[in-house]
Design a protein around this ligand. Structure first.
Ligand SMILES: [Zn+2]
Length: 456
């Protein structure tokens, strides 16, 4: 009875919010789920669920990966239950589940594809047993909330159900060890000719062998601790990927993935390494769900990555690329590495501050000191424009990274960034922005385009 009261009240709240959203810009809230959980704490356990449940979790890339999966599954004709407009914590999951049942608690959806916050494991998995768990990676994250990747590892390892099929990143020495006795498949890269084997990053969260505690070695390294490892002392090594990225053709946007049944070609939806992992994770899960490579390939021709994470435009001979780099070490390192690896001369805009309430907390700058800003000390980078409240912190960090002050320009307001750029013909502008600064980023792009409109 308690459950039905929770269901009906929460559904009624959801109905009212839907009406309200027609008149305001309100979209996606956890409020109905919060009501349901207040009245009935076991709500997630009791509510009817679709026959198949897949979750995406991990430190970086879970929103991109789950959004891609939801779009693809819809493209393939599935009626999908998702939390794409809600949050990935318990109340967000409860709200999503609520929208997948009738007033009499009958499930109306075929499949649930849910993004689940790693730290919510303890509050969600005792009530909901996913059939598939995609893990993008486990990396250093905000210290106050996530402590250390090993802490998150233990949490997931303890609370994920023993029956779930794990879809794991073979190149993440931390997360590939999750749920060792569960059924599992791995996705990852084959060694590429350009891959380094030496670990030169400031931060690596997988430096020692988890078995014998010797220093770990890399067969190849992609970014941060992501790569194929082996232990020279005890034989511990990365697993062989079941879904192996064989080659990436950046010029023609093609990606070849090898499985035991052969090699298939797919459209490359983004040329950033971390997004190639996300794409491989999607292909792995969809294949495990029984969808053929041919159908997946057709779907991948049609989907794109959410604009807030990656936006790229060409304006004459100028390339403008805006990449979201959540204010955290691994995300930032991957983005910095990508930026420097791109051809030609580049100007870089740093607008990485988090306008969230935590922006004033000292935690928001600790990650700056762990990130590889040294990477920007490269000849191809001709100018770095830093803007926002934290600009002096970044300025100091870049100076300590050996970058000449002559290359750096400090601009108090983001709206003045475009006027400080050179925008020379044939060069690129990389805007590195935080999740909370998408409107300012879009304005910068517009201003840049306006400036060169008459020039190119
Ligand atoms: Zn070892």
């Amino acid at each position: 009875m308690r459950f039905y009261l929770a269901l009906w009240l929460a559904k009624f709240a959801s109905f009212l919010l839907k009406i309200a959203s027609k008149f305001t810009s309100m979209r996606g809230t956890n409020f109905p789920g919060e009501i349901a959980l207040k009245i009935c704490p076991e709500f997630i356990g009791i509510i009817s669920k679709p026959e198949k449940i897949a979750v995406v979790t991990g430190t970086n890339g879970k929103t991109t990966t789950s959004n891609l999966l939801v779009s693809l599954l819809r493209e393939f004709g599935f009626d999908v239950l998702s939390n794409e407009y809600g949050s990935n914590i318990k109340s967000g999951v409860a709200t999503a589940l609520l929208n997948g049942v009738t007033w009499r608690n009958r499930s109306t959806k075929e499949i649930a594809l849910l993004e689940v916050d790693e730290r919510s494991a303890i509050r969600i998995y005792p009530y909901m047993k996913p059939d598939y768990v995609v893990v993008t990676n486990l990396s250093r994250d905000t210290i106050m909330r996530n402590a250390h990747p090993e802490y998150i590892f233990r949490m997931l390892n303890t609370y994920l159900p023993d029956t779930a099929k794990m879809i794991l990143n073979a190149d993440d020495p931390i997360s590939f060890r999750l749920k060792e006795h569960n059924p599992r498949v791995y996705y990852g890269f084959d060694q590429q000719p350009e891959d380094p084997v030496e670990d030169t990053h400031l931060v690596n969260d997988a430096k020692v062998c988890p078995v014998c505690h010797s220093m770990i070695k890399y067969k190849f390294l992609k970014y941060d601790h992501i790569g194929q490892v082996f232990c020279p002392d005890c034989g511990f090594a990365s697993p062989t990927p079941d879904y192996a990225v064989e080659t990436v053709d950046y010029a023609s946007d093609r990606l070849k993935i090898r499985t035991s049944s052969g090699t298939n070609e797919f459209h490359l939806i983004s040329d950033t390494t971390f997004n190639i992992y996300n794409e491989a994770a999607c292909i792995a899960l969809l294949t495990e769900l029984g969808i053929s490579a041919e159908i997946i390939a057709q779907g991948l021709e049609k989907v794109t990555i959410v604009d807030s994470r990656l936006r790229e435009e060409r304006c004459g001979n100028l390339r403008i690329a805006a990449i979201m780099s959540k204010g955290l070490t691994p995300a930032c390192n991957a983005v910095l590495g990508y930026t420097v690896s791109q051809p030609g001369e580049k100007e870089v805009v740093l607008y990485l501050e988090d306008k969230h309430e935590l922006a004033v907390s000292s935690e928001r700058i600790t990650w700056i000191w762990d990130s590889d800003f040294e990477l920007l000390n490269d000849e191809s980078i001709t100018r770095i424009v830093i803007t926002g409240f934290r600009r002096y912190d970044f300025y100091y960090r870049l100076l300590l990274g050996g970058i000449s002050s002559k290359k750096i320009i400090l601009v108090p307001a983001p709206e003045d960034v475009a006027s400080q750029l050179n925008l020379s013909d044939g060069s690129s502008v990389f805007i590195l922005n935080d999740i909370y600064s998408v409107p300012e980023r879009d304005r910068m792009i517009r201003d840049i385009k306006n400036r060169i409109g008459g020039k190119v």
